[in-house]
Design a protein around this ligand. Structure first.
Ligand SMILES: *Cc1c(COP(=O)(O)O)cnc(C)c1O
Length: 485
């Protein structure tokens, strides 16, 4: 039922603003600095500047930079500054885009369209990724009709298995991809080896440095030993680098950088055949605000190398506090060896359910991200430590220790008792909308139709195969986004 009608009565600006603020009351209170995902922040002055720069360019349209030449200049300069960090040299080119997902979609489109032009025998193009690569590669394959072949990673280090990637190359392969680092465990693949294989086989090699691109270069300057990941490796043809993560730019800002213009040409789309204005889109979006780019440009100039280095240093110190504290909590163990200030850990104790742990931590004001059981690890917790989180990390680990102790002391932690996995499996084999209704009856939800508590949801999802999870989540979210109030 939809009770929302288009307004016939108007309200004052003040009332609307007040209502908007009121709406936010259940949102993650990220301003506390205790939210360890979704939001990346550095010093408050940067946040202020980003807001101002963003609003200054909110209305200008990046659809046609020939009419807004300042947007062209901002984009060229932001790209040049990022390419400089990534050792792109004078030939590197790129674009500012909406996010990491768009960067990967463009890299895959570029590889596909290059193959179409240069290698007509490739009729069923495929890309090869390690299983730790971000799901946006699957999304790119899904949207672009490109097959995605996933290779297993080393089960201890979580690094891509380079030999397995090489063995998967066929005459239909167009691109090898790798991460610097992977989001889950912050592990950097052996990019030198992967890029060398790509080069030998005349394939493109895309490095997903969405989180590492604005982190690793500063870590290197600080003296941390970091593997090579950028254009200093000959076979690397393109790199994703998000600015709305460790670049601390407001969301809607990432970059895709190519080694040269000849590669980038396949990214474009043009259409001058229709009766309207001529379309030449370098990226996915057509009309777009100049806000994110203006914010990126301003923040780079305001913060400079030294502040970004300081942010990386503070984040790395905080990461080391987490790693040290985890060694004092025997029920939890670190997954892999994180190379930046992101990491995951899991539980080795039946009395410490990580989903329950996250929910309890949320009640104490901490948001820590849960992750389901996967091909490489048990269900776990992920932390993305950004600059404004760093001062809170010792308190986070203290609360984590106390919460684990509390969970251990409670006897009936058997979540299995609350649902029967076999029943759910059974329901899913004959999936109908009623299955969802049945499931929803066992979930308690708040007034927005969002589960009050994700422990049960996660415990259910954790028992299912990925295809079943996807089916259930799709149905659930399809319902969640329907207007029912
Ligand atoms: C965040 C992330 C992405 C996706 O970025 P969005 O900006 O959310 O689209 C891709 N790859 C990695 C490694 C990431 O961390």
């Amino acid at each position: 039922m939809n009770n929302w009608k288009f307004p016939t009565n108007t309200e004052s600006k003040e009332d609307i603003y007040k209502a908007l603020k009121e709406l936010k009351k259940d949102d993650l209170p990220w301003k506390t600095g205790k939210v360890m995902a979704y939001v990346y922040q550095t010093i408050p002055a940067a946040q202020e500047l980003a807001h101002e720069a963003y609003t200054l360019y909110l209305t200008e349209n990046g659809l046609d930079p020939s009419q807004f030449p300042s947007l062209l200049q901002l984009e060229r300069q932001v790209i040049a500054m990022v390419a400089d960090l990534l050792n792109g040299g004078s030939a590197a080119v790129g674009n500012c885009i909406s996010g990491g997902t768009e960067s990967v979609m463009l890299a895959v489109k570029t590889a596909r369209d290059r193959a179409r032009q240069l290698y007509p025998k490739i009729t069923e193009p495929e890309i090869i990724i390690p299983e730790t690569a971000h799901p946006c590669f699957y999304k790119a394959g899904h949207y672009l009709n490109v097959k995605v072949k996933t290779t297993p990673v080393n089960k201890t280090t979580f690094k891509a298995d380079v030999k397995a990637m090489e063995a998967d190359i066929t005459d239909q392969t167009i691109l090898l991809a790798c991460s610097a680092p992977s989001y889950t465990n912050a592990v950097i693949d052996d990019i030198e080896a992967i890029a060398a294989i790509a080069k030998t086989n005349n394939l493109l090699c895309h490095v997903d440095a969405c989180v590492g691109g604005m982190f690793i270069p500063f870590a290197k300057m600080l003296g941390y030993s970091m593997p090579l990941f950028d254009f200093s490796i000959a076979g690397v043809t393109s790199i994703s680098c998000d600015l709305h993560k460790y670049g601390y730019v407001p969301k809607g800002c990432s970059t895709i950088i190519y080694r040269n213009k000849a590669l980038r040409q396949y990214q474009f789309f043009s259409c001058s055949a229709w009766p309207g204005y001529t379309i030449l889109n370098p990226t996915v979006l057509s009309s777009k605000t100049g806000g994110p780019m203006a914010a990126a440009w301003s923040l780079f100039k305001f913060l400079g190398v030294e502040t970004y280095k300081q942010a990386v240093k503070d984040c790395m110190d905080a990461r080391d506090v987490v790693i040290a504290a985890l060694t004092e909590i025997p029920e939890l163990y670190l997954l892999g060896q994180p190379e930046i200030s992101m990491l995951s850990f899991a539980s080795n104790s039946a009395s410490v359910n990580v989903f329950e742990l996250a929910e309890r931590m949320k009640a104490k004001g901490w948001y820590i991200q849960t992750q389901l059981k996967s091909t490489i690890s048990d269900a776990g917790i992920h932390l993305s430590i950004s600059h404004f989180n760093a001062p809170h990390i010792p308190a986070l680990m203290e609360d984590l220790k106390v919460t684990v102790e509390a969970l251990k002391k409670e006897t009936d932690r058997s979540v299995q008792a609350t649902f029967n996995p076999a029943m759910i499996e059974d329901m899913l084999t004959n999936f109908t909308p009623e299955v969802l209704d049945n499931l929803e009856q066992i979930l308690s939800k708040n007034e927005q139709g969002i589960p009050d508590n994700f422990v049960l949801v996660n415990n259910i999802l954790n028992t299912l195969e990925p295809a079943q999870r996807d089916m259930l989540l799709t149905a659930f979210v399809n319902k969640m986004f329907s207007v029912e109030q």
